[in-house]
Design a binder for this molecule. Structure first.
Ligand code: HEC
Length: 218
C-alpha cells in the first residue's frame, strides 16, 4: 500500500476522474497525468488485460479496491483476484515447455531445499548487497510491502514487490530478465544490473523464488 501522502494525491486524481464524463482515451490521458507511474504502453497492455505487472502497478497506485466507483468507470480493468489468477494461469499453461513444466507442480531446482542448504554463503551475500538494499534492487522495488525510498510515483521507482514474484515467475524467465530487461520488455525502466558473476545472478533468482522462506536471511 502506498504511503498516506501518495494515497491522498491519488485519491484526489481519482475523484477528479469520477466527475468527468470521459471515454477511455480521456481516462487514459488522465491516468498518464497522474505521474510517470503509468507507462506509455499502458493502452495496449492494460486494455488487452494481459499484464500482471501493470495491473499490480495501477492497483497499488490507485488503491482501487477501496473505490468501487473506479471499477464502474473502468469495467475492463476491474479484475477480481480470481480473474487475475485465472489470467496468470492461462499464460503459465500456454507458455509451458512440454516435458519440463507441469502446472502447477513443475520441479524447480532453485527451490530444492538440499540445494539451498549448500548456498547459504552466497545467498546471504546477494541478499545483503543486491536484493534487500536500497543501493541496488530496492532503489526501485517494493520489498515486502515497503515502497522504494523517494518519489513512489516515479515510474522507475514503482517496481513490483519482491514478495509477489515467487508464486508466478519461472527461473528461466528470471535469467533472461535479469540478464537484459530491455530485451524481454522493450521500454522498461528497469536497468541492467552488473552482477559480479553468473552465479550471483542465479543466487538472486533463488532468493526471489524462495522469498517468503529467505527474506529474513542475515
Ligand atoms: C531502476 C529501477 C529498477 C531497479 C534498480 C531494479 N528494477 Fe526490477 N523492475 C523495475 C520495474 C519498473 C519493473 C516492472 C517492469 C516495468 O514496468 O518496466 C521491474 C520488474 C522486475 C521483475 C519482474 C517482476 C514481476 O513481478 O513480473 C523482476 C523479477 C525484477 N524487476 C527484479 C529486479 C532485481 C532482482 C533487481 C536488482 C538486481 C532489480 N529488479 C532492479 C525497476 C527496477
Amino acid at each position: 500500500m502506498p504511503p498516506p501522502d501518495v494515497r491522498a494525491k491519488v485519491k484526489a486524481e481519482v475523484a477528479k476522474l469520477a466527475d468527468e464524463e470521459a471515454d477511455d482515451d480521456e481516462v487514459l490521458a488522465e491516468l498518464k497525468k497522474m505521474g510517470k507511474a503509468v507507462l506509455p504502453a499502458i493502452r495496449e497492455e492494460f486494455l488487452a488485460a494481459t499484464s500482471v505487472i501493470t495491473r499490480w502497478r495501477l492497483m497499488t497506485l490507485m488503491d482501487l479496491r477501496g473505490h468501487p466507483d473506479v471499477s464502474v468507470r473502468m469495467p475492463t480493468f476491474g479484475f477480481t483476484d480470481e480473474e487475475a489468477t485465472a489470467i496468470a494461469k492461462y499464460f503459465w499453461i500456454r507458455d509451458q515447455v512440454r516435458g519440463v513444466d507441469v502446472y502447477p507442480h513443475t520441479y524447480m531446482a532453485e527451490r530444492d531445499v538440499n540445494r539451498l542448504a549448500g548456498r547459504t554463503a552466497i545467498l546471504t551475500e546477494v541478499n545483503r548487497d543486491i536484493v534487500a538494499t536500497t543501493k541496488a534492487c530496492q532503489a526501485c522495488h517494493w520489498y515486502d510491502g515497503k515502497p522504494a525510498p523517494g518519489d513512489a510515483l516515479a515510474s522507475n521507482k514503482f517496481a513490483p514487490d519482491f514478495a509477489i514474484m515467487e508464486d508466478r515467475l519461472r527461473p528461466r524467465w528470471l535469467q533472461a530478465w535479469l540478464k537484459k530487461p530491455s530485451v524481454v520488455y522493450p521500454g522498461t525502466t528497469m536497468t541492467e544490473f552488473q552482477f559480479p558473476s553468473d552465479d550471483h545472478r542465479t543466487a538472486v533468482i533463488e532468493l526471489l523464488m524462495n522469498f517468503r522462506k529467505l527474506k529474513g536471511l542475515k
